[in-house]
Design a binder for this molecule. Structure first.
Ligand code: CS2
Ligand code: MN
Length: 357
């Protein structure tokens, strides 16, 4: 595995490449062209400039998170073929620049959904949190407003203001899309992009839906072992793979995370490793990474990744806000840095104890 950190680019991130480079063991970043819109072609020049900037700081681009998918592709309507052609062109440009990992998601309308961006924990730190009760009490159009005040002036992935202004319209566009249709549209998209992925050895890594169930009546399919295995078989090519995000699949306590990892051997190209703490099955917060701080056994998660021979990038996922840091919620420096070194420690211990057997 390679330890990495997500970085949104110098115009958008409060964390610098120089800071990332000082986190022990982190050698790569997972980044994006954050100001591009879904459906747009990423030019080779812009990709190269991003690469040069990262490399000048002594790091490298370990993958892209995300190249977002236009809603027309998910809905299967309008200009989908044109947007798929653009996506293929973006993949080609990434491949030509020697980038071989792309994380994306197939969630309708919203990306991840949290109901609080700054829940205060007993130690005074703040974390992102979710309660089903809060979602049930909201109409979707108010979702953005309800969290916007806590974004610390940043633009959060999937929650861009321009997009949120169109929420009503988007809901209407998805009204005939159920789980089966979403699966079919995902298949159509994947079949179209596999040739370019094969040509440049680009591993596509779908991020799970978060939370791993339907919100506001929208279809959500990347939620459990059965569905993700169905997706792997549906387009049975190793370039059709997975971002294993423990904090997203883990929102549903029925998901056995180490078991899921083992069942996806060979298809996990990227891992997000983080912990959650549950107060009830529908009320949880994003806990510090160590097992002792949350509800998951992080050793078992990392051990499963080790056992399947995982060699891709890992990143700590959302962190809390600690030590007074003001950053994009979930994406501050300090708590994610602690997460990175904790995961490295687990990995080293597993690797050495396995070698001694
Ligand atoms: C989130 C998502 O959990 C996460 O990693 O921050 O925004 C994720 O990056 C996207 O869903 C991937 O496309
Ligand atoms: Mn994630």
């Amino acid at each position: 595995m390679e330890m990495t950190l997500r970085w949104y680019g110098s115009k958008f991130d409060t964390v610098t490449l120089q800071q990332i480079r000082q986190i022990p063991g982190v050698t790569g970043v997972i980044t994006t062209l954050y100001d591009t819109q879904p459906g747009e072609v990423w030019s080779r020049e812009r990709i190269r400039a991003l690469k040069d900037e990262v490399e000048a700081a002594g790091l490298h681009i370990a993958g892209i998170e995300s190249v977002n998918i236009h809603d027309d592709i998910k809905i299967g309507a309008g200009r989908r073929d044109e947007y798929i052609a653009n996506y293929i062109q973006t993949l080609e440009n990434l491949g030509l620049e020697d980038i071989h990992l792309v994380c994306y998601n197939f969630m309708p309308v919203f990306d991840w959904t949290r109901t609080e961006l700054a829940r205060v924990l007993p130690d005074g730190s703040t974390a992102l949190a979710y309660t089903q009760e809060a979602v049930d009490a909201l109409v979707p159009e108010k979702m953005f407003e309800s969290i916007a005040g806590d974004m610390n002036g940043t633009v959060m992935p999937g929650w861009e203001p321009e997009r949120m202004a169109r929420v009503k319209e988007l809901f209407a566009a998805y009204k005939d899309v159920d789980d089966e249709k979403l699966f079919a549209n995902l298949k159509y998209f994947l079949e179209a992009i596999m040739p370019v992925c094969n040509k440049y050895d680009i591993k596509m890594a779908i991020h799970p839906d978060d939370p791993a169930w339907s919100v506001f009546g929208l279809p959500r399919i990347i939620i459990n072992e059965e569905n993700i295995l169905r997706m792997m078989k549906m387009v049975d090519d190793p370039h059709n793979g997975v971002t294993f995000c423990s904090g997203s699949y883990g929102t549903n306590l029925k998901n056995d995370l180490p078991h899921m990892i083992r069942s996806l051997k060979g298809r996990i190209h990227f891992a997000h490793v983080r912990n959650l703490k549950f107060h009830s099955p529908t009320n949880f917060e994003e806990a510090p990474h160590p097992s002792a701080c949350g509800s998951f056994d992080m050793y078992e998660i990392v051990k499963a990744l080790y056992d399947i021979g995982f060699t891709g990038p890992i990143r700590p996922d959302h962190g809390r806000s600690i030590w007074g840091e003001v950053a994009m919620p979930g994406y501050g420096l300090y708590d994610r840095a602690l997460g990175a070194t904790y995961i490295e420690g687990l990995w080293e211990a597993i690797e050495k104890s396995e070698a001694r057997k």
